[in-house]
Ligand binder design. Sequence first.
Ligand SMILES: *Cc1c(COP(=O)(O)O)cnc(C)c1O
Length: 399
Amino acid sequence: MNTKEIIELGDKYLMRNYGRIPLVPVKGEGVRMWDADGREYLDFVSGIAVNALGHSPLAVVEAVSEQVKKMIHCSNLYYIENQVLLAKLLVENSCMDKAFFCNSGAEANEAALKLARKYAKIKHNQEKVEIVTALNSFHGRTLFTITATGQPKYQKGFEPLPGGIKYVPYNDLQALQEAVGPSTCAVLLEPVQGEGGVHAASAGYLKGAKALCEEYGALLIFDEVQTGLARTGRLFAYEHFGVEPDIITLAKALGGGFPIGAMLAKEEAAVFQPGDHASTFGGNPLACAAALAALEEIIDGGIVRYVNDIGAILYNKLVELSSKYDFVKEVRGRGLLLGMELSIEGKDIVSACQEKGLLINCVGGNVLRFVPPLIVDSTEVKKAVEILDQVMSDIDSKL
Ligand SMILES: *Cc1c(COP(=O)(O)O)cnc(C)c1O
């Protein structure tokens, strides 16, 4: 089928829950991607920070190909070797002790919030149920996680929402101090807000959050679904801040493109008992084979250090653009999770870049988000910034 035919069928048969761009990706290799008409793109969206090792990385392709012939799925009624090995690798490379596997970021956060409620009931009392989250956060699309997401646009129309969630402005320690108390069971934060516009936590904020959680016996949960696994220039973003949370959630990059999510917890917080939580597909042999291969490559392949170097190159080039164009307000972020805030809407820039062969996306209406594969090289960065520069120059001349 050609692009037009696929789009027509899609509009007829698919639910209208996405504002889809009329582009049909059919093949990817590293940072490059091709559409159904054979046009080539530099992919700086990477499935929204999923394809950390690029499209179809060899290590993942080989691990999945081998595993798929042996066994695709088996139940968590049994022990699964790949799942055990993946848990070991995650635990040995983080401050965490125990792992639970699921299939997505929302499920990982759902598990974390359930664990926090359970923990408070077991260790404290029945009234300790409140969860504090940040405005502009993003935690997923299940009913509990849209409620934890501090953005009304994701909640509208789905009421009644689960209760017991309080919102505070991000990076405002005083507001957090006022919100956290004896009835708080957990504070849930992204170390860098991704979907909310690429805002990193300030130096003292997460430390302050940790101190408050300790004071009131609440659990500190870091949603590292987007920031985790080298994206920010550390294997986990918490390492930037010198703060160890009690629970970490992961998904996006974990499977090297294959769907898998994880919730990691410290021993003290890992209070789930048999029957408390489960997932049919979570941690299946195939997903864990993909994740094992991806994670080994990230850890052993020097990716963390590389992200710091290449991230700095991209950041500096974006800053150069910001001094050239008045409509660029700020460039910010960590590693290869970078945002460029504009004083104009970003959607025309996104579509003009696409026309010229560069895929980026825009969050919050006016923040261009750059989340290329972590293996992007300096030539690809240079080409991407050249395209963006051309597009911005065109727009500038029309303002
Ligand atoms: C993408 C994202 C999620 C949701 O992940 P899904 O796999 O889409 O459920 C949750 N939290 C953060 C920080 C994310 O970026």
